[in-house]
Design a protein around this ligand. Structure first.
Ligand code: HEC
Length: 148
């Protein structure tokens, strides 16, 4: 009996593995990339690249566990939704008005602790921003909001 249950679990897992969510293709940064255009200071650049770009760019860094189907459904959903709202790789194609609006949303979300997503920082501990790092990003995006 135990053996059969074990086998059943393995079978179900194997079947779900046929449906790993489709990953976002990696595209090298172009001249439309946020960092290429805005040239933020190094600390800001590093935070954007290692954290925000994991859901808001064409350069998603997929950890190994996103190859597990049940995990991939959940993480890819965040990535698809995140990129729909804001794609830093497409920054150059945004109008000045849109840039300012997205920058405003960015500092608001960061200030309220909504970004990066909590489900993300739980696993990526280094993305759990300190008050200082949060403040730096908030001030940075406020600067962009007033720029265009
Ligand atoms: C784990 C994926 C993930 C990470 C990491 C992440 N985001 Fe998001 N982001 C989302 C999702 C999903 C949404 C849309 C749903 C929501 O607003 O909660 C979103 C929404 C946003 C929005 C709102 C855009 C709009 O038009 O409403 C902004 C701005 C934003 N994110 C900025 C950032 C910044 C800046 C970082 C880095 C500090 C970041 N995000 C990190 C997934 C992510």
């Amino acid at each position: 009996m135990k053996y059969k249950i074990g086998l059943g679990v393995v079978l179900i897992f194997a079947i779900t593995q046929l449906f790993v969510a489709e990953k976002t293709p990696f595209i090298e940064p172009s001249e439309n990339d946020f960092i290429a255009i805005e040239q933020p200071e190094e600390k800001v650049e590093l935070m954007l690249k290692t954290i925000c770009y994991d859901c808001h760019s064409n350069q998603i860094d997929y950890p190994w566990y996103t190859d597990i189907a049940v995990v991939s459904w959940w993480t890819q959903d965040h990535i698809n939704e995140g990129r729909e709202h804001l794609n830093f790789s497409e920054w150059g194609n945004y109008s000045g008005e849109k840039k300012e609006h997205k920058a405003e949303e960015a500092w608001e979300e960061i200030e309220e602790g909504e970004m990066p997503l909590e489900s993300y920082t739980l696993i990526h501990r280094d993305a759990d921003l300190s008050d200082e790092e949060r403040e730096l990003l908030v001030e940075y995006f406020k600067g962009i909001e007033g720029k265009y």
